[in-house]
Design a protein around this ligand. Structure first.
Ligand code: PLP
Length: 371
């Protein structure tokens, strides 16, 4: 089945005997046992599994082409489960522009137990030189935040295979519709389901999809079930509802973002546009090789200083000035002031999550905001 069909039908497994066409919300925390001591409904206790979470995990597995998925209460807890599953003393290779929440986890929570190098993964030739005897994992994030850098998933997976490393891809910006890292050699695909998969800025969640049910999968599964950072049945219901329109929302996000990127690219008050769909994007050839569309995220450098960039984000009327991404509503933010004084993000950078409003209205809004 194609993604559009999978997204709508892969959760049918929990159709109930009451005739519901959509998946009901199962709030029961515990499930009855049969005379033989077993669980005739297939579930024992809802931290371990429940029908809504099982349905969500099944749909994401099918969309990513993986063997199994573990759903978590946030993207951050999904990523943290991977770090928790590593032996103390392990070394990780991570991107220099890694999602700041994960970088913070490594630098604070795992500072005494793991070691890491933050490297530019677009410089493929150099990546191998960071592999040490205790390196166990390469973590990639593509496209990345906020410069939309794209790293070559297949090339990184070859390096990982050669050195027997676990290879994880944070594919949040792409969604399962635009990119499937497992088919390109990744062992694990991570999503913040808060973003495109949720798509309406009203539910927090994360997921890890595994290429194989191996020893590492077992460790992470145990952290999910025993650690218990799981999404509620209602969270899973919302995500399942959202996934049904994911393919069509992504088409709309891509279409609007491509038009907005073209518009901004020729705007006299814009110094640069970072968007994977522009031929000027430094990794445009890799983008075309590994993605089926260019996504809904873009960043621009405005001409002038930080104050001028702040003025632009303060002047919008349809865009909302807020962090996060992937929702139906367009968001805009002055990124450096979100990331704090130590950030390397340019002071005149504005990040845009292009929503599903009409493109003419979005362009008109930026036209007046840029002045
Ligand atoms: C938001 C985000 C995360 C973290 O997800 P939460 O759901 O906010 O915990 C991780 N990676 C990327 C790329 C993100 O955008």
């Amino acid at each position: 089945m194609k993604a559009e069909t999978t997204a709508i039908h892969a959760s049918d497994l929990v159709k109930s005997n009451t005739g519901d066409v959509t998946t009901p919300i199962h709030l029961s925390t515990t499930y009855y046992r049969g005379e033989d001591g077993g669980y005739p409904g297939g579930h024992m206790y809802s931290r371990v599994s429940n029908p809504n979470r099982s349905a969500l995990e099944k749909v994401i597995s099918e969309l990513e082409g993986g063997a199994d998925t573990c759903a978590f209460s946030s993207g951050n807890t999904a990523g943290m489960a991977v770090f928790q599953a590593l032996k103390p003393g392990s070394h990780i290779i991570a991107p220099d522009d890694m999602y700041w929440g994960f970088k913070k986890q490594l630098l604070t929570i795992f500072a005494d137990t793991l070691s890491f190098d933050f490297v530019d993964l677009t410089e493929i030739a150099k990546v191998e030189s960071y592999v040490k005897s205790n390196t166990v994992l390469i973590w990639a994030e593509t496209p990345s935040n906020p410069l939309l850098k794209v790293s070559d998933i297949e090339a990184l997976s070859n390096i990982a295979k050669q050195h027997k490393l676990i290879f994880v891809v944070d594919s949040t910006f792409a969604s399962p519709i635009l990119q499937n890292p497992i088919a390109l050699g990744a062992n694990i695909v991570m999503h913040s389901t808060t973003k495109y998969i949720g798509g309406h800025s009203d539910v927090l969640g994360g997921s890890l999809t595994f290429a194989a049910k191996n020893e590492f999968w077992e460790k992470v599964k145990n952290i999910q079930e025993t650690g218990g950072a799981v999404p509620s049945p209602f969270d899973c219901f919302l995500l399942l509802r959202s996934i049904k329109t994911l393919a069509y929302r992504i088409k709309g996000h891509c279409e609007n973002a491509e038009k907005l990127a073209d518009y901004l690219n020729q705007h006299p008050k814009v110094e640069a546009v970072f968007y994977p769909g522009l031929p000027s994007h430094p990794q445009h050839e890799i983008v075309k090789k590994q993605m089926r569309g260019f996504g809904g995220m873009l960043s621009i450098l405005t001409k002038g200083d930080a104050e001028n960039a702040r003025k632009v984000v303060n002047s919008v009327k349809i865009f909302t000035q807020a962090t996060s991404l992937g929702g139906v509503e367009s968001l805009i933010e002055h990124r450096a002031s979100v990331e704090g004084p130590t950030t390397k993000t340019p002071q005149n950078l504005i990040r845009i999550s292009v929503g599903l409003e009409h493109i003419d209205d979005l362009i008109a809004d930026l036209e007046q905001a840029l002045g």
